[in-house]
Structures are given as structure tokens and as C-alpha cells.
Design a protein around this ligand. Structure first.
Ligand code: NAD
Length: 349
């Protein structure tokens, strides 16, 4: 049987969740609630039931799941109240603003025995699934460097995302996705160092871009970059292994792979490079490498809700766990500390 879902915060992302729920095979859109009456009126104009208050949502016994899609600082108080009222809770990302607040949410979930998770939907991005796939195939050998970038050129959005009190800033907005993807792709390798630098180009209050270098215990370096002042974009993903390289140029583009099957190339012809010549940087000929395109794996982001519903029914384990939320939060906290101090934060996360 479908679970009844209510969305709290019916703005941009709340609208996305509502559209998904209207097409869902596992949840039924029981309604929405937004603090702004005009958003509730808008929902009603579309034939969606809108509650008059958050208390009315909590008091409705038919509500099984609450998805929180408000600005970030409200995730913790809304989640705790919803869990206390016996509802299952999905929080939008970032789950909250600190490890201390996350622990409050986890404690409320443990006490109530209800499901509590975070909508890290970008685990279903084909690009990160392709990285996992190529890693697991061994085609590139041992992966030692991954670079994951998202680039825009519109500065930080002018809404609550530009304000600290609402949990704004691009690390919390986009960085959280890319960090979660890194830990998802390399789950068993502890992060032992974090070095971060933030941009404040289009505003001063919170970062409008961030560069975070994660050093894993295995030696893997995973670089995350979120930019909003990039009028020329760099590729979405770049991966280096001991035996080859891979690149995804943009969302939805196939992965280009080059594998080396013979390191000992003979008769290397030096190339002219700017004001000198070089053999080291000369491109390889086709005899020692194999180049191919790998299509991105298919995915369905609604598997997130399918898992939530099965986990509530005890038929599957929750995919996005409390332990994973804690890891992501600690890496973000280490990133803030590193940007503040200018130092590498040594850790074991
Ligand atoms: N997972 C994703 O891909 C993704 C994408 C975009 C946004 N988000 C997340 O979704 C959340 C909302 O972002 P958005 O872009 O939809 O913002 P938005 O400003 O478009 O919408 C937020 C809505 O929440 C309402 N609101 C504020 N306080 C409230 C409260 N106490 N109770 C009920 N409603 C309240 C606002 O009136 C507004 O309508 C953020 O946490 C954001 O990080 C996630």
C-alpha cells in the first residue's frame, strides 16, 4: 500500500517532490504545508491539498512520511517535531548545519523508532554511478585521483542561500552533494585530511564557491569544486587510475576512457611545446593505449522513495544511513575549519 506523504516547504524543491509524488508507485501526495499562505493557495489552485498549519500536519493520523523542503536552518526543528509526533522524516540536504544538530535529529529518530533520512538524490546521478562502475571494473587500475566539478556563472542565488542565518553558501548547497558522492563512491576508505578554500566573489556573507581536497587513507585524492563564477566550464568528472584515465565532459555525456596496455612506448617523437620541446608530454600513439566511450549507467532517482517505503516496512535497509550523514557532516565541518585556518585538517572520518 502507498504511504501518505506531506511536503513541508512548498517552494522550488517542494514542488519537485510533489511532482514526483503525483507520479509515484509508492507514495501518495496527501498534501503540502508552507509557512507562506500564498504557496498554500498556489497548491490548492493545482488541486493539491494544503494544510493550514504545521500542527495540523502533525495531528493528521493518515500522514506516514514528512519531506522537509524548507531553507536549511529549519530542517532540524521541523524534523525533531515530526519525529516526536511519530512521523517518518525525509530531510532535504544538507540534513542540517552541524554535527550537534544532527545528533539531536538522530536521537529524536531513535526515541521514536521512526525512519529518518536525507534526500541525497545525487547518488542517482549517472556520472557518479559511472565512476563507481569504472572503479569496480578495475579497468583503470587503482584510482588515485578524482576531480568532481560543478560550474555555473550566475553567482550565488539571491535568496536565503546568500544568508548565513538560513544555512546558505555553496558548500552547504552543492558541496554537500559532491562530498556525499565522494563518500558514496569510496565508502570504506577513511578521510584523513581535508583542505578547503572558499570563494566570496559575488557576496561576502557566505561562500559562493568552494574547493575541497579530500585525502583518503589509501592515498586517493578526491577534489570537489563548486563554482558560480565560471564563465568557461571545466569537465564534470576527471578520474585517474594507475592504468588509465577517464573523463565525463558534462551532465549526461558518455565517459571517455583511455587505458594503457603497454607503458614502454618505443620511438617517442618529441613535440614542440611553446618555447621548448618535450618527450614526456608528447601524446601517445595508438599502439600502447585503448580508447573507448562508456555509456553512463541508467538510474531512477525515485528508487530513493522506493527504498524509504520498503525500509519503513522493514523489507529493506535504509540506503542513506545515519552513519553516512554523520560522515558528510564531519567532512563539511572540517572544510569550514580548513578554510578558516588556512590549514589541512587532519582527521579520521
Ligand atoms: N536535493 C536537491 O537536488 C535539492 C535541490 C534544490 C533544493 N534543495 C533543498 O531543498 C530545500 C528548499 O530549497 P528550495 O530551493 O526549494 O527553496 P525555496 O526558497 O524555493 O523554498 C523553500 C520554501 O520553504 C518555505 N518555508 C520556509 N520556512 C518554512 C517553515 N518553517 N515551514 C514551512 N515552510 C517554510 C518557504 O516559504 C518556501 O516556499 C533546501 O534545503 C535546499 O537545500 C535540494
Amino acid at each position: 500500500m502507498k504511504k501518505n506523504l506531506v511536503i513541508v516547504g512548498y517552494g522550488g524543491m517542494g514542488g519537485w517532490h510533489a511532482d514526483c509524488a503525483l507520479r509515484s508507485d509508492v507514495v501518495n501526495l496527501a498534501g503540502v504545508y508552507d509557512i507562506k499562505p500564498e504557496r498554500n493557495e498556489y497548491a490548492r489552485s493545482k488541486g493539491i491539498f494544503a494544510y493550514d498549519s504545521f500542527e495540523a500536519v502533525l495531528a493528521d493520523p493518515k500522514v506516514d512520511i514528512i519531506t522537509i523542503a524548507t531553507p536549511n536552518e529549519m530542517h532540524c526543528p521541523i524534523a525533531c517535531k515530526a519525529l516526536e509526533a511519530g512521523k517518518n522524516v525525509i530531510s532535504e540536504k544538507p540534513v542540517t548545519l552541524s554535527s550537534a544538530l544532527l545528533e539531536k535529529m538522530i536521537a529524536a529518530a531513535t526515541k521514536s523508532g521512526k525512519l529518518f533520512t536525507v534526500h541525497q538524490n545525487r547518488r542517482w546521478d549517472n556520472e557518479i554511478l559511472a565512476v563507481k562502475e569504472i572503479k569496480e571494473s578495475g579497468k583503470l587500475g587503482e584510482i588515485f585521483n578524482v576531480e568532481s566539478r560543478v560550474h555555473g556563472s550566475r553567482g550565488i542565488p539571491g535568496d536565503w542561500r546568500a544568508e548565513k542565518e538560513h544555512g546558505g553558501g555553496m558548500l552547504l548547497d552543492w558541496g554537500v552533494h559532491l562530498i556525499d558522492q565522494a563518500l558514496f563512491a569510496f565508502p570504506d576508505d577513511p578521510v584523513v585530511g581535508v583542505f578547503a578554500r572558499f570563494d566570496f566573489i559575488t557576496n561576502a556573507e557566505v561562500d559562493d564557491g568552494c574547493r575541497v581536497n579530500l585525502i583518503f587513507e589509501s592515498g586517493l585524492q578526491y577534489y570537489v569544486e563548486v563554482g558560480t563564477s565560471n564563465f568557461i566550464q571545466l569537465p564534470r568528472m576527471y578520474i585517474q587510475g594507475t592504468n588509465g584515465s577517464a573523463l565525463i565532459s558534462d551532465w549526461g555525456r558518455p565517459m571517455q576512457v583511455v587505458c594503457c596496455h603497454n607503458w614502454d612506448e618505443k620511438d617517442i617523437v618529441p613535440i614542440q611545446a611553446a618555447s621548448g620541446i618535450t618527450k614526456t608530454m608528447a601524446p601517445r600513439n595508438d599502439k600502447t593505449i585503448t580508447s573507448f566511450e562508456q555509456p553512463l549507467p541508467a538510474s531512477d532517482v525515485h528508487d530513493f522513495y522506493r527504498n524509504v517505503v520498503k525500509a519503513i516496512d522493514g523489507k529493506e535497509t535504509q540506503l542513506i544511513t545515519h552513519a553516512q550523514m554523520r560522515r558528510v557532516m564531519k567532512v563539511m565541518e572540517a572544510s569550514f575549519e580548513s578554510d578558516r585556518t588556512g590549514e589541512v585538517v587532519r582527521c579520521k572520518i
